[in-house]
Design a protein around this ligand. Sequence first.
Ligand SMILES: [Zn+2]
Length: 49
Amino acid sequence: MCSVGDVTGIDMETLAPDEYECMDCHKKFRGIGKHVTCPSCKSSNVKLL
Ligand SMILES: [Zn+2]
């Protein structure tokens, strides 16, 4: 149980990203958290899909 570098056993519940769409530039991206900002234009005007 001491394997290092094994990334196949990731906990899906903590790392499942939600998909958002930016209302300003309409880019779709994945983000985690309550204050997600668009990676393209940095807008916080995003919609959860
Ligand atoms: Zn944007």
